[in-house]
Design a protein around this ligand. Structure first.
Ligand code: NAP
Length: 271
């Protein structure tokens, strides 16, 4: 699988998102995804499924080849609590190391330097391989880059054709931080979009595949979620066609809709 590099760390360019996947179905989907070639699984403390994700990874028999991401919950960013919660995540996931640990959402009540300091300590102590952030704005990336002792390898942000993220992406480039797109098929609403459907038809692909291809063609990592086994394959089958420059531009123009899907009360001031 192709990957995106950040500070010497390779992030597989397609991962499986697992928000809302639960119980046996979650474990089965994770196992099946890995069998089909996924090498990147995205979970979070808040998803309440780390144990099932861990079961799926274990059952695949391919743990060593898979990059597992989890995220520290918004309310657990104070150093002591961060450390405690990550040890709990490790236990639930049944892993001895978390490949990529993210701050799920920024929290201005906890100094960023303290959380990043705690994460750097976990890395030094050997139970976290790499650290990163999620939902960080340009200003937060500037601050993080100043205070961190370890490289930040990704910023996981909402990104799909209907949302312009050019400012934060430029900041990621400046700091060598990989962009990981969450909601990369706009929670399923790429399907049915007239422009994406038309371009897909020209390539014999679905609108969802066009949305994913548009992102990976910008060297953006994608983590689509599905609860359906057949869609696992569909969302991976995006490397046998290429969008032209004109198609890339036509899709980029859809961002004029400014459709942000994930906007919580504690979200930062978006760029
Ligand atoms: N860091 C953060 O704050 C944050 C926030 C949101 C999400 N995330 C992560 O990003 C992952 C993906 O984002 P998301 O779950 O918000 O949205 P998404 O992946 O853009 O969309 C998921 C939805 O699209 C449908 N779908 C999947 N493949 C499809 C296809 N080929 N054709 C048509 N519909 C399809 C799924 O339905 P079916 O199940 O019926 O296939 C599901 O309803 C999450 O699972 C999570 O891991 C992170």
């Amino acid at each position: 699988m192709k990957s995106v590099e950040s500070h010497g760390f390779q992030i597989p360019i397609v991962g499986l998102g697992t928000w809302e996947l639960r119980g046996r179905d979650c474990a089965r989907l994770v196992e099946q995804a890995i069998r089909l070639g996924y090498r990147h699984i995205d979970t979070a403390q808040l998803y309440g499924n780390e144990a099932e994700v861990g079961q799926g990874v274990l059952a695949s028999g391919k743990r060593a080849e898979v990059m597992v991401t989890t995220k520290i919950a918004h309310g657990s960013l104070a150093p002591f609590e961060a450390e405690r919660s990550v040890k709990e995540s490790l236990h639930k996931l049944r892993l001895d190391i978390i490949d990529l640990l993210l701050i799920h959402w920024p929290n201005d009540r906890v100094p960023l330097a303290e959380t990043l300091g705690a994460m750097a300590k976990m890395k030094r102590e050997g139970y976290v391989r790499q650290i990163g952030v999620s939902n960080f704005t340009v200003a937060l990336l500037d601050e993080a880059s100043k205070v961190t002792s370890e490289p930040i390898v990704c910023n996981q942000i909402e990104y799909h054709p209907f949302l312009d993220q050019s400012k934060v992406i430029a900041a990621c480039k400046k700091y060598g931080i990989a962009v990981v797109a969450y909601s990369p098929i706009a929670r399923g609403s790429a399907k049915g979009d007239a422009v994406l459907e038309k371009i897909g038809a020209a390539h014999g692909k679905s609108a969802a595949q066009v949305s994913l291809r548009w992102l990976v063609q910008q060297d953006v990592v994608v983590i689509p979620r599905t609860s359906k086994i057949e869609r696992l394959e569909e969302n991976l089958a995006i490397f046998d066609f290429e969008l032209s420059a004109a198609e890339m531009a036509e899709i980029a123009a859809l961002s004029q809709r400014g459709k942000r899907i994930v906007n919580l009360a504690h979200a930062p001031d978006w760029d």
